[in-house]
Design a binder for this molecule. Structure first.
Ligand SMILES: [Fe+2]
Ligand SMILES: [Fe+2]
Length: 275
């Protein structure tokens, strides 16, 4: 059972006057990455081939991720009626591929795979919370709040399975930390940057990673407030087996906040230069 359906959203309450045009490209890019959840489900089904409980949970999870994409895509088409979500998504699918044929996790272990999934859900949970907090358009806010609640439940789902596998695989703390940090830095890879390109730039414009990730991250990072980072850091700490709301987590959040502000300025400058 899904926790909500697309028709539960009060679409009639859409207020064009409250749309921040700078947020629309982010929503378009996010819609495509979310809708691509079915590919991740195929990959996870392959990696966890002999674990029927987890496979069932993953199939359900993918249905929710696709719904996130469809809800964001629908909102983006309200904000920009000239935009064609399916056309943009087809372009994205044609150019970006998850390693579907893998039978082993690209993270080296199932525990590692699940830690990486926890990082993704930490990122999406905080992202949609930040997006909801930074828009005054009521439909986008409602959609983002519904999605953020799902993402937090997804985090808990992958976390619980991760604990189960950790008991068997005994992956060391430094290794878990490396996997977590590695997955966080991957947010600047092609997945989002290429989605930004397909959602916002014409076919005639060649894909440029630096320009696209700069444009995406420059704006996305500017929506965050310290409380979003503080909460995310707690989730990261929990995932690797550290106390989520202790002194160390607080210090790490302050450091991450400072680094993010600096990165946000660099990304914005990169995008401007590359454009
Ligand atoms: Fe999602
Ligand atoms: Fe999710």
């Amino acid at each position: 059972m899904k926790h909500w359906k697309i028709d539960d959203v009060a679409w009639d309450g859409f207020q064009p006057g409250h749309v921040d045009p700078a947020l629309v490209p982010l929503v378009k890019a996010a819609a495509m990455v979310e809708r691509n959840g079915t590919d991740y489900a195929i990959y996870l089904n392959n990696v966890f081939g002999d674990d029927p409980d987890f496979r069932q949970a993953v199939d359900h999870w993918a249905i929710e991720e696709v719904q996130h994409g469809d809800a964001l895509g629908r909102w983006a088409m309200l904000a920009d009626p000239a935009w064609d979500f399916m056309q943009a998504f087809d372009r994205y699918k044609a150019g970006y591929q998850v390693p579907l044929e893998a039978t082993q996790s690209v993270r080296g272990s199932r525990t590692g795979e699940l830690i990486a999934r926890c990082m993704v859900e930490t990122g999406t949970s905080s992202y949609y919370t930040a997006l909801a907090d930074s828009t005054s358009e009521p439909v986008l806010r409602q959609v983002c709040q519904l999605i953020a609640a799902d993402e937090y439940r997804h985090f808990k789902l992958f976390y619980d399975h991760m604990r189960r596998y950790l008991g068997r695989e005994h992956i060391s703390f430094p290794r878990r930390l490396r996997i977590a940090a590695g997955r966080i830095t991957e947010s600047e890879d092609d997945e989002l940057a290429f989605a930004y390109h397909c959602g916002n730039e014409p076919d005639s414009t060649p894909y440029d990673h630096r320009r696209c990730i700069g444009a995406y991250m420059g704006k996305a990072m500017s929506m965050y407030r310290f409380r979003h980072i503080e909460r995310s850091m707690g989730m990261v700490f929990k995932s690797v087996g550290l106390t989520p709301r202790g002194r160390l987590s607080g210090l790490a959040a302050k450091l991450a906040w400072r680094l993010m502000r600096r990165r946000q300025r660099k990304m914005t400058a990169d995008a401007t230069r590359a454009a």
